[in-house]
Design a protein around this ligand. Structure first.
Ligand code: 13P
Length: 284
């Protein structure tokens, strides 16, 4: 059964670990994510499907595949609509059976972002769906799947974060503290000082976007300062594409079904690595 993320994130917050939110685009990625989580006996896994991947898979297809695979594991699975700035798409995702949504109004002025987020919360909570919103703005990476080179980095302001949470009643807040969507050009410079200040005022689970390539010790610092959900996308894609290219370089031309099975494994390998970083076992 699919669940929303509230119980998972509450457990993560009290247990001092983070739940992974891994991006999926097709059967292979959803299967690879759920298999890795089940094998690691995770407290839960979030399958994230971004609005920008709607050409790869319809919302209803994401629900059908994810719920069928979630039914075969004891691990709680949340199907989350990632980065969506369109409230109509959010309505459709909720109607289709998504158990969680992210309204991304981070490009809007504070008041507009708060007003829209409040509306999304009303819609979602009526259906038992959890809501994440974003305040501040992440910089783009070199090979980003989610951002664009026009993105500007604006750190989340701790006082604004507290006001935003009080005004919207959102379940979880994505913050901008120096992570980027995509691959890091140099050493990541994550502002733990800003994160700590946000966490002191927020009182709800915080979300870190741009998880690909963050060193394990930085992830641990983030978890100690309120991060309960960490999103990973780019590294799953980069790794699976590289391994697929290597497999094909040998000159062999395997059946497409063989490549699909290998790709599930490649996805699982990256997800398993991050699950270990997030100390994400149910006994954590
Ligand atoms: P990365 O692509 O940098 O891992 O970021 C993923 C993300 O934040 C998805 O919302």
């Amino acid at each position: 059964m699919l669940v929303n993320f509230n119980n998972m994130l509450a457990q993560a917050k009290s247990g001092g670990f983070a739940i992974g939110s891994f991006n999926a685009y097709n059967y292979e990625t959803i299967r690879g994510i759920i298999d890795a989580g089940s094998q690691a006996k995770s407290a839960g896994t979030i399958v994230a499907f971004g609005k920008k991947y709607l050409e790869n898979m319809a919302l209803e297809d994401a629900v059908a595949i994810t719920s069928a695979l979630a039914a075969r594991t004891d691990m709680p699975v949340c199907l989350h609509l990632d980065h969506c700035d369109d409230i109509d798409v959010i309505r459709m995702a909720i109607a289709a059976g998504f158990t969680s949504v992210m309204y991304d109004g981070s490009a809007l002025p504070f008041e507009q972002n708060a007003t829209n987020t409040r509306l999304v919360c009303e819609l979602a909570y009526a259906a038992g769906v959890s809501v994440e919103a974003e305040l501040g703005s992440l910089a783009a990476g070199e090979q980003s799947h989610e951002g664009s080179s026009a993105d500007r980095e604006i750190y989340t302001d701790p006082d604004q974060a507290a006001r935003f949470i009080a005004e919207t009643g959102v379940d979880a807040l994505a913050v901008s503290v120096g992570t980027v969507h995509g691959l890091y050009k140099g050493k990541p410079n994550i502002r733990i000082d800003i994160l700590r200040a946000i966490n002191e005022k927020a009182g709800i689970p915080l979300v870190l976007h741009g998880g690909s390539g963050i060193p394990e010790e930085t992830i641990t610092d983030c978890i100690h300062n309120g991060i309960c959900k960490i999103n990973v996308n780019t590294e799953i894609s980069v790794y699976a594409v590289e391994k697929t290219a290597q497999a094909l370089c040998s000159g062999e031309r395997p059946h497409l079904s063989v490549i699909g099975k290998k790709q599930q494994k490649y996805v699982s390998e990256v997800v398993a690595k991050y699950i270990a970083f997030f100390r994400h076992q149910s006994q954590a």
